[in-house]
Write a protein that binds this ligand. Sequence first.
Ligand code: AMP
Ligand code: MG
Length: 331
Amino acid sequence: MKTDPSAYLDVGLAAGRLSAAICRRVQQERVVAGVPQSKAGNEPVTIADYASQAVILRAIAASFPRHAILAEENSAHLRAQADELVGRQVNRLVAEALAEEVSFDQLCAWIDHQGDPASRIRWAIDPIDGTKGFIRREQYAIAIGVLEEDVPVAGMLICPNLAVDAEAPAGPRGVIFAAARGAGAFQVPLDGGPEKRARASACADRARVRILGSVEASHGDPALLTALVAEGFGGGIVRVDSQVKYAALARGEAEVYLRPRSRPDWRDNVWDHAAGVAIAREAGAIASDVDGRPLDFRHGARLEENRGVLATNGPLHAEIVAAIARIEARR
Ligand code: AMP
Ligand code: MG
């Protein structure tokens, strides 16, 4: 039996709102936010990452117990670190968010929930995408994607620090983006307000296209972005953390998201793209890799067969792929 992809949104968004409350709370409690725990590969992780993953996976396990789950964190590092204080802080965050007693073992079981790995439906979750942006108090997103037979069919990005109105960057913050295949992409203020369609920009003028890239230089290839501007794609570079870049593309704040490989052996994580790709596509954008090849989500946790990611509003996609090839041939 087929599930209407919009059914995933009710469950994902309710949990994503709890996660957003956790993340905001951790940012308000300055002492706690200042204690990021580093995991393998020097990637930062905070108590909010674990608490966020616990509440999201708990909700999916309750509503769709057999769906497969691919999520960034696992409890092994938390258990190894815990440092009783860290464990207690995560425990408190989860218990307060759910307004119920939760044992440490229970919350670790939620963090590690995997469902049935053979399921044709797989959720891809980054409980805090852009943890570095979260620690800097800049942009981050709670990213929840759903793949059916390895195709992203629904996406949710909860962006607690993003301006509700792109035209009023100093105004209220917090936006939810959601999309289900065939039903369009929508944005709604996290703290209440009218829901609006999200639509990619119609700009087809290469001199005006704005290019989104990572804040963290080590996550990409900033020189390639600069070279693309020099090729005449001249609307400027916009540096933003996390899948908020897909959200910005989906609501027409920029025309291009270019994520070249940061090094030859780098492969992008599925949880860093599934939700964003689902939303951007429903907003009218196109997503491929930097060679213009289709994104291939069939290879487990990573986009093993793709070279980076290129998402654009459409009209100039092929021209940009060609320009990247020209730039790389000159290197
Ligand atoms: P962004 O905020 O767009 O720079 O991307 C954040 C994501 O970059 C994190 O969720 C990580 O999964 C991913 N990441 C971490 N290290 C690297 C790296 N060396 N190259 C590319 N992406 C990375
Ligand atoms: Mg991430």
